[in-house]
Design a protein around this ligand. Structure first.
Ligand SMILES: O=C(O)CCC(=O)C(=O)O
Length: 248
């Protein structure tokens, strides 16, 4: 993750303008490989002993859709989220001291991986001001076919939009209505292992189910600025949706 000053400037500019920044080669293939190894080991050896809300399963009730709160459950991922090079990049983006709020996965397994409805993450995070973001790191190659994340550029400037419960396990709240998206404003993140995107918590995004034979594992780190607080109104709306469709 050795980054030059110029690269950091570009990320900051893209993030502020579009609400999403693409970072090619964020991790080396070796680093991405280490993350995959530890995720595989964690699922094989540790997950069964963790609380049920440490994961969301796909409809077969076997295949992992998401791992949640890895920073609480696993030393390797906690330490990864504490890396100073990462925190230095995140600091200007969250406009303050970064606090690691979550380490998680969106596995999108082959053939069975479910879709993610259009949403803004702050409907889940409920923070004010919305100085919170997600670093989404590709562990597998992300192609047009295996359910890439599509971001609506500039939508972070729309502020919090009306929501509705989605009924999707692991993504219980979505947009009530998708706004009109201008030509050229959709950004489909096609990524090689180790590439990443960084998106603002008000940026609209979504992904299709994975019907291919190729898994699409994403490893996510969520940060907020230490100055943000929970908005009780957003929290009440989220809690109602999560109670209707619990993650586990
Ligand atoms: O990985 C996906 O398909 C969706 C990811 C997502 O919703 C997020 O990064 O907040």
């Amino acid at each position: 993750m050795a980054m030059k000053h110029l690269e950091i400037e570009t990320i900051l500019e893209d993030y502020e303008r579009d609400g999403v920044a693409l970072v090619r080669g964020f991790l080396s293939p070796e680093e991405a490989g280490k993350i995959r190894e530890e995720l595989d080991r964690y699922v094989r050896e540790d997950l069964a002993s963790k609380p049920v809300d440490a994961r969301t399963l796909e409809v077969d009730e076997i295949t992992v859709r998401n791992l949640w709160r890895l920073e609480a459950h696993n030393e390797f991922f906690r330490e990864f989220g504490a890396r100073e090079d990462l925190r230095a990049l995140i600091r200007p983006l969250v406009k303050g001291e970064p606090v690691l709020a979550g380490v998680e996965t969106f596995n999108k397994p082959a053939r069975i991986g479910s879709g993610v409805p259009p949403h803004q993450d702050n409907a889940y995070f409920c923070q004010t001001p919305p100085d919170m973001l997600t670093v989404w790191i590709a562990i597998d190659a992300v192609t047009e076919a295996n359910g890439p994340v599509t971001y609506v550029k500039g939508s972070h400037r729309l502020g919090p939009l009306p929501t509705k419960p989605s009924g999707v396990r692991g993504n219980s709240i979505g947009l009530a209505e998708m706004p009109e998206v201008g030509e050229g404003d959709s950004f489909i993140a096609l990524l090689e292992p180790g590439d990443a995107t960084i998106h603002h918590c008000d940026t609209i995004h979504y992904s299709a189910p994975n019907t291919t034979d190729h898994p699409r594992l994403g490893f996510l780190l969520v940060f907020r600025g230490s100055h943000t607080t929970t908005d009780p109104r957003l929290k009440a709306t989220y809690s109602a949706a999560a109670a209707a469709t619990p993650p586990a």
